[in-house]
Structure formats: C-alpha cells, structure tokens
Design a protein around this ligand. Sequence first.
Ligand SMILES: NC(=O)c1ccc[n+]([C@@H]2O[C@H](COP(=O)([O-])OP(=O)(O)OC[C@H]3O[C@@H](n4cnc5c(N)ncnc54)[C@H](OP(=O)(O)O)[C@@H]3O)[C@@H](O)[C@H]2O)c1
Length: 368
Amino acid sequence: MVDGCAWRRPSVGSYPCQAAGQRSLQTGPVLGTLVMLALPAAGEGGGLPTATAPLRCQAARSLAHHGVPPGCPRQSRRWCRAAGGGAGGDGCGPLAHPRAAGQCPRVSVLHRHTAIDPWEVTMDLTDKVAVITGASRGLGAGLAGRFLERGLRVAACARHRPQLAGDEAKLLTQAADVTDAEAMEQLCAAAVSRFGRVDLWINNAGLLAPIGPLRENDPAQFALHIQVNVTGVFNGSRAFTRHVYERGGAGVLLNISSGAARNAYAGWSAYCAGKAAVERMSEAIALEEADSGVRVHAVAPGIIDTDMQSLIRSCTPEQFPRVQKFLDLKAKDAFSSPGFVADRMLELAFDPAAADTPVLTTLPLEHG
Ligand SMILES: NC(=O)c1ccc[n+]([C@@H]2O[C@H](COP(=O)([O-])OP(=O)(O)OC[C@H]3O[C@@H](n4cnc5c(N)ncnc54)[C@H](OP(=O)(O)O)[C@@H]3O)[C@@H](O)[C@H]2O)c1
C-alpha cells in the first residue's frame, strides 16, 4: 500500500513506461502538475464545485520540456527534464533519466520543472454516472460520497449494501459480490436503467488477507483473495466494457491497484500477485479497447487510513516485516483523505488534459 513509485514530494510524479501502441504520454506531466495544483484551485471560493459549477483546476504547459531519454528501450516514453539549474532559464536541467540508459524502469519518475505557466481547464461533470464497487466503507465509500457532492450520479455496491448519505435521486446502492459475474452485469444494468448510462466504472473492492509467509497461508484464503481482487476486477471490467461497446461513446475504467503491484512486500504474496494481475489485465484491456471509447487505468491511490490499513498495523513483524513503516505513517497521519483521492480520480476520468495518461498511474499523496 506504500506506492514505491508514488510522488515522493509535491513536485515529483510517477508514470509507467508506455508500451508500444499505447497512448502517448505527452500529457502525463500535465496531469501531474494538474493534480498538484488542483486542490487550491478547487477550494477557492469555498464549497465544492458541482455539476452546475464545473471543477476548476490548473495544469502547466510543460510539454516543451519533454524528450525521449537516450537508450530508453521504450522509445514512446517521454520524460520531463529534472528541475533545477537548467539552461532554459526556467529552472529545467538537462534530461534526467532516473535509471541508467538502457534500464528504463516500468514505472518511472517525472520531475516537474519549477517554472509554472498555469492554464485553466474545466471538467464537465454534468450528468456523469459512476459505478463504484466496494463502497460500503473505506476508500469506496469515500469516493462515492465525494462524487455525490460533486454532482455525479452514483451506483455503489459491496457485499453489505452501502449506507451512503446524499440525494436519493442520484444514488443507487446494491448488495452485490464482485466475485459474481452475473451480479456485476445486473449492477451495470440497474445503473443504466436508473441513470441512462455509465460513464465511469471503478473496480475498488479488494482484500488484503491472507497475510504472512506464503508457506503459512491458507490455500482457500488465497483462492478467495484471487476471486475478489482479480476475478472481481475481471467481472466489473467485463460488465462495463460490454456496456460501452453496446452503447457507443466514451467510458473510463479505473481499476484500483497498489504500489504492491510494482514492488514485492514480504507477507503480502497474495496481495502483490493480485494487484500485479490487475495491472497486466488493465494494460491488456486498454489494448483491446484502443479503438473503442473505453479508456483504462490501473490506479495506485496512495495511502488511505481505512480498515485495510488498520489490519496492516495489527500485523506482527513476523507476519509483515514492514509493519513499523505503517505504524509510523499512522503516527505522522501521513494519509491521503478519500476526498482527495476522489478528486484526483475525477480529474483522471474527466479532465481533457488527462486523456493521454498512461494505463498504470499513481496518484500523488495528499501531504507529499
Ligand atoms: N487503504 C489503502 O491505503 C490502499 C492503498 C492502495 C490500494 N488500496 C486498494 O483500495 C481498495 C479499497 O481499499 P480500502 O482500504 O478501502 O479497503 P477496506 O476498507 O477493507 O474496504 C474494502 C471494501 O471492499 C468491499 N468488498 C470486499 N470484498 C468484496 C466483494 N467480494 N464484493 C464486493 N465488495 C467487497 C468491502 O465491503 P463488504 O465487506 O461490505 O463487501 C469494503 O467496502 C482496495 O482495492 C485496496 O487494495 C488501498
């Protein structure tokens, strides 16, 4: 749950290498800057922007500062110049590839240049419809709540029917298990029947257990884990892509991933395997839907203080050797709030500047 590729300070973002044939990364840094600047802009004037007052945010025109690093085997990858001491008079330095040439990492780090030339974009959230799985608590409930505040219409599910406050005309809740493909089809159909369409589908439901050395894991618990964290994402993605394929037009699929998809953690073999599977699945769907209107991202959301984090902190070092790091995060209250994550996801889904963001995406941490 610590994203090894997370934005380590407010001016640093991370994006994956771009596989050949996938969308250009050109606007990745724009989104990166955008998300760093969005909060103050969104908060201006108090109150939350709604469908009638589109979310305002900012981005920097930094594309001129990008280039392909020498030796990078993925030539479609673009990099931003590192900040500081550059010849361009704008704080940009020479091209900075974080790893040696020829060792292009799958997940890379982009550095924002220091000279910001902000421009405003608006997101039209009018009548947008989002489906969120795993919304009875934790991040999913937070996403649903913020989306409702922003004026979206929301269909939310979990095994326990989500209890969410908000305009009932804009809210549909169901008790549905993501491991049940038919239940996901029915959730999608119910949302379409109620709201007319689905624009955004977020596969958020997930488990952490089994925790501890694999040799001590219960095979049945592992099988359930894969059923929820991988098959559940398959079921939701299938229902949504079929819907968009049939209706035509655009749709955004966000599959919640984790830094554990990209970095191994002792004690989390099931979780690492499942989230890595989600990322490869997301990349494959993105290729399959390249000519349809579906845009796909696997999103590492940062660290949010949910029941899952409580479970992590309750582990012994024998079960999870890095538990102290998570105890320290709690002591520092270094978490992103669900509302912050929700706004970044809205930007990713609906801000035109985010359209070319790579499939594997890491959100910034709220507190840097
Ligand atoms: N919290 C973090 O720091 C963090 C960091 C990186 C990634 N993530 C990811 O973010 C997502 C949400 O995590 P969280 O921290 O909010 O976890 P959480 O507090 O444990 O909540 C998990 C949610 O998933 C639902 N759920 C579990 N199994 C389900 C199933 N079979 N069908 C439908 N819903 C199911 C739960 O509701 P019911 O029990 O009612 O079904 C609950 O609403 C997960 O995918 C997690 O891996 C979290």
